[in-house]
Design a protein. Sequence first.
Length: 379
Amino acid sequence: MTTGELPTTESQLPESLRETLPGHHYTEPGIFRLEQATIFEAGWFCAVRSADLAKPGQFETVQIGRESVLVTRNRSGAIKAHLNVCRHRGARLCTEESGEVRRSFQCPYHAWTYSFDGELIAAPNLNAMDDVDRTQYGLHEVHVREWLGYVWLCLAEEPPSFDDTVIGDVTNRLGTPDAIVGYQVADLKLGRRVEYDVKANWKQIVENFMECYHCATIHPELTEVLPEFADGLAAQYFVGHGAEFGEDIEGFTVDGSAGLAKLPGVNEDQDRRYYAITVRPQVFINLVPDHVVFHRMFPLAPDRTLVRCDWLYLPDVVDSGADIDRSVELFHRVNQQDFDACERCQLAMDSRSYASGGVLVPSEHHIVEFHDWVRERTG
Ligand code: FES
Ligand code: FE
């Protein structure tokens, strides 16, 4: 072994260290494609906020793995999702990220027309009912579940159990199954949304979110509000007990000043505390007494991930026009600080210096569990 080279197997590492993934896992298109197929297209993916599709015909297109998916609300009020691919010659049906159509989706190429339920309802110079079997040439449907006010989609033909793999995963992580119930996330209203276009692999973002070893270095505002984060041991992944606000802190705001109206279901144990959960593979949720911060990640390329972050409050708070700026600013800064760090690491992933990866210190050891979860799926 040459000087400075790291041992490559766990058995060679000192007791206090664990190995990370090697650098090319964050850059290689082949590995990213495998993750798209075996992770994002195989399990449940949190795609759209239900309230963003309030009326029939409102739609959003989202990238899940290698597929573009068209999500809309039908005339009976149900959310429907289909692959965004015209069944005639394969044109992308909707190229807009979001919008609203009145009656149907019409392909801009030869004008095949589909209902909100994905049926082929018209095709020029054809009797769509007779010449084309409309059940055979309807849009390909994608499985839909709604939970916490969001639409979760699954591209697999036989989806894994939502209750076990999503709800079960969250409640296990929080320790107490009912911990999230009091926040009544589905009843909250969007106060602010910020979109971050992060030049980093999606796993960098998950790993960063899972540890707080970096908190003292890059999150001055957050560690002021949550002093226990300054010791680096409060792994976000494990904040099942809730991190307590500092003594002089009034609310979860950028300057520790008072927050907004408390969510009525938040109990005494949860008051003045911050909880964080990762919902694999692409959701992070932060719970504080007066709001919820809900992140959805959209991995777009090996080195590019879009993060949509929603700040959710009681509907009365949003409707009253209350000032939510200081409340939003705290986690917005945390996001910027985290994503800058992820981009800084991404730059080095192809370096010879990181070819066999780096190391995880004890307060980061639980990240190995995430790597094992990824490896189990990608083989
Ligand atoms: Fe869509 Fe021809 S490709 S109508
Ligand atoms: Fe952080």
